[in-house]
Ligand binder design. Structure first.
Ligand SMILES: [Zn+2]
Length: 178
């Protein structure tokens, strides 16, 4: 999946908790902003293992090293890399209300959503739950689409973008006029 599809899809899903807790978040706009920064960086991070990805091209040395040593859609595409940090950040965040934990929480959630989104594409992420599951699949192969081809660019991406625009509009209205 391309970076732009990852970003929009992750934000669409990542906004859902904001709607659930919107009455509590109305005076905590700084927390919302930091959470969204975490989400967007986190959802681009896993493709650091692919030197042609948008993040990989920014850090070619690190990206090339990870790609050679562990390969693409392997370690950084493993959900278990993020879950411990997410639980820790959630626990510490609710205890201390420090913004850095909200950032980590958003980052890990964004990365996990990236992995699930990659599962919608042809190549899938069979390593997503290793060593617990040796072959992780969400959709059968015939229901998945090819990265950066017609379906993703002209159907999936526009629909998800539209949902995101509606979500942002609703959320901004709620924050401003309540
Ligand atoms: Zn990926």
């Amino acid at each position: 999946m391309t970076a732009k599809s990852h970003l929009t899809t992750t934000l669409v899903v990542g906004f859902i908790p904001l709607f659930i807790f919107k009455n509590d978040l109305i005076h905590l706009v700084d927390y919302v902003a930091v959470y969204l920064i975490g989400l967007t960086t986190g959802t681009l991070f896993p493709d650091i293992d692919e030197s042609r990805s948008s993040i990989g091209r920014k850090v070619p040395l690190i990206s090339g090293f990870i790609n050679k040593t562990v390969g693409h859609r392997n370690l950084t595409h493993n959900i278990f890399l993020y879950i411990p940090f997410m639980i820790y950040a959630y626990y510490m965040g609710t205890q201390t209300y420090k913004l850095e934990y909200i950032l980590i929480l958003g980052f890990c959630f964004g990365a996990i959503l990236h992995i699930l989104e990659d599962c919608l594409t042809n190549s899938g992420v069979s390593n997503a739950m290793k060593p617990l599951l040796s072959n992780f699949v969400i959709l059968g192969k015939k229901y998945r689409f090819k990265t950066n081809e017609r379906f993703e660019n002209y159907v999936f991406y526009p629909i998800v973008s539209l949902i995101l625009i509606v979500e942002i509009d609703l959320f901004v209205h709620f924050i401003l006029f309540n």
